[in-house]
Ligand binder design. Structure first.
Ligand code: URA
Length: 251
């Protein structure tokens, strides 16, 4: 990545004041050993899928406010998950938050409540967010899929493809300063890579001008708590880049 490259600089003209100052984040991310920068389709002109970027942007904008998007998602029948879901889980939190956290798909409790990350994984996520010095209502939380896959199985490629426009439009509205991809499905979505989470962790990624940190999914950490230290290492990067003040040690 060339920080002096005007294409890189102009890749953050999305209107939110904090975004105008992305360069410090990029410089911070360079210190993490950035290996790959995914240039925003709307800035490079042509989406990697062959779709013209201006039409991608126009389609996202035409999807309207988050409330309108959530209403559209609630009616969605674009893949088979609509047959088995109880509720869609669109997103929760502060729409003007700097930090967006993205998991893979709603699980049982989320399908019942219509809110992402309210079950056991959500409770761990809440603690991870607290460790950043933030709270659930000061970030925004969503998933790659808005509907629960039966038996909590892995999202299928056709389901991810069917839901892709919703997450794109959602991020277009949210304009976060930084994104944390929780688990492999979200990390693959943002990086465009089909590889292990291990290969995507510890690198700086950029999605449409927004820095993305890939780390472990809280559900994985519930079963494999020995990886929490590595996750915390990843979250340190969020703290540094956003200038957060985590809570100090308990007295
Ligand atoms: N796992 C996710 O990825 N998202 C949720 O909302 C719940 C569990």
């Amino acid at each position: 990545m060339n920080l002096e490259d005007p294409a890189t600089e102009s890749s953050d003209q999305r209107g939110k004041p904090l975004h105008l100052g992305i360069e410090p984040h990029l410089r911070g991310l360079l210190g993490w050993g950035i290996q790959r920068v995914r240039t925003a389709p709307q800035f490079s002109g042509v989406d990697s899928s062959g779709v013209d970027s201006s039409s991608v942007q126009a389609a996202a904008t035409s999807k309207g406010s988050l409330e309108q998007q959530a209403a559209t998602v609630a009616e969605c029948r674009d893949c088979d998950l609509c047959e088995t879901r109880n509720m869609t889980a669109f997103g929760v939190g502060d729409p003007s938050a700097d930090l967006l956290l993205v998991g893979d798909a709603p699980a049982e409790e989320e399908d019942r409540c219509g809110e992402p990350f309210v079950g056991p994984a959500g409770q761990l996520l809440d603690r991870m967010i607290a460790a950043l010095g933030l709270s659930r209502d000061r970030v925004y939380i969503t998933n790659v899929l808005k509907c629960r896959p039966p038996e909590n199985r892995q999202p299928q490629p056709e389901e991810v493809a069917a839901c892709q426009g919703y997450l794109e439009a959602q991020i277009d509205q949210l304009k976060p300063t930084m994104i944390v991809a929780l688990g492999r499905t979200a990390a693959c979505w943002f990086t465009g890579q089909e590889t292990s989470l291990a290969n995507m962790r510890g690198q700086g990624h950029i999605w449409r001008g927004i820095p993305v940190v890939a780390t472990y999914h809280p559900a994985f950490l519930l079963g494999q708590p020995q990886f929490k230290a590595e996750c915390w290492h990843d979250l340190q990067r969020v703290i540094e880049a956003l200038g957060l003040t985590p809570p100090g040690p308990r007295a």
